[in-house]
Design a protein around this ligand. Structure first.
Ligand SMILES: NC(=O)c1ccc[n+]([C@@H]2O[C@H](COP(=O)([O-])OP(=O)(O)OC[C@H]3O[C@@H](n4cnc5c(N)ncnc54)[C@H](OP(=O)(O)O)[C@@H]3O)[C@@H](O)[C@H]2O)c1
Length: 269
């Protein structure tokens, strides 16, 4: 359940970005976007879920470097500050309540990055109901609930929603039912948002990465660093104000030799 809401953007749990680090993204200082509602002096505000570790932490740090004030919506507090609101996003009601609490005093929200994930890996014949339910709740239900809670503030800012998808969304794998199905569903969420919310000045991007080195002790050269993925999120947000990158697919630049290639691979799909 959420703890007490945070007081302001510079308080605990909100990493303040340096004013003036203008990437030219939505809500950027001095840039009047399509909606014409973007402020000229207000510090840009971002909310990131699952930002205590992995890719989410790198996204948070990158956005701070870009000049955003960043608030977090996490189950586990970040190591480098105390999150004023923590919530288990497996509980849809708690997710809505926490999103409202963490944004309670915000006049507008420039960026919402929905990054938290529950993978619920397991083959169909072994997947527990709990793991299925958790993946659905964290990856899909909480995503929608947080968007619903944040939409008025996103509209007020002419803001941007970034959904962290995955290659798993369109490259299903054995043991990935819950992960693949929920990531695939995010494409529909993104598309509906693009249709419904562009008229309200809100942009949406589905970011679909391949393998990421999300653990600190992973040094694989065949995965992307969390910092690189965070850079892509930053670029997406910095797209010219009259454009939106609806979907971005990214993969590691280096590829390990697959076990089967060419025609042989057709026997393995
Ligand atoms: N890693 C990859 O190779 C890869 C590839 C493609 C796409 N992606 C996508 O990129 C995003 C980040 O992935 P990642 O690998 O960096 O993530 P990760 O390291 O596995 O971290 C997952 C994050 O989600 C949070 N989370 C999980 N369950 C939660 C819950 N019930 N309530 C609140 N927060 C919860 C975790 O918090 P706790 O610390 O409390 O557990 C953590 O902050 C995800 O959307 C993922 O699908 C990752």
């Amino acid at each position: 359940m959420p703890e007490a809401p945070g007081a302001d953007g510079s308080g605990p749990g909100a990493d303040g970005g340096a004013p003036g680090a203008d990437m030219g993204g939505p809500g950027a200082a001095g840039r009047d976007g399509v909606s014409g509602r973007r402020g000229s002096a207000r510090q840009r505000l971002a909310l990131v879920t699952g930002s205590n570790r992995g890719t989410g932490r790198a996204v948070r740090q990158r956005l701070v470097a870009d000049g955003f004030t960043v608030r977090c919506l996490n189950r586990s507090s970040c190591a480098d500050h105390t999150d004023p609101v923590v919530a288990d996003l497996a509980d849809g009601g708690a997710a809505s309540e926490a999103a409202r609490a963490v944004l309670a005093d915000a006049p507008a929200l420039d960026l919402l990055v929905l990054n938290a994930v529950a993978r619920g890996l397991g083959r169909v014949d072994e997947l527990s109901p709990e793991d299925w339910d958790e993946a659905l709740a964290v990856n899909l239900t909480a995503t929608v609930r947080i968007i619903q809670a944040a939409l008025p503030l996103l509209r007020a800012a002419g803001g941007h929603i970034v959904l962290m998808g995955s290659h798993a969304g369109d490259r299903p794998f054995e043991g990935g039912l819950a992960y693949c199905a929920t990531k695939a569903a995010l494409r529909s969420v993104a598309e509906v948002l693009l249709l419904e919310e562009r008229p309200n000045g809100v942009r949406t991007t589905l970011v679909n990465p391949g393998a990421i080195r999300n653990f600190d002790d992973d040094f694989s050269e065949y995965k992307m660093s969390v910092e690189s993925v965070a850079s892509v999120v930053s670029w997406v947000v910095a797209a010219p104000a009259d454009t939106v990158l609806g979907e971005v697919e990214l993969r590691p630049a280096r590829l390990a030799a697959p076990p089967s290639v060419g025609l042989d691979r057709l026997q393995h799909v």
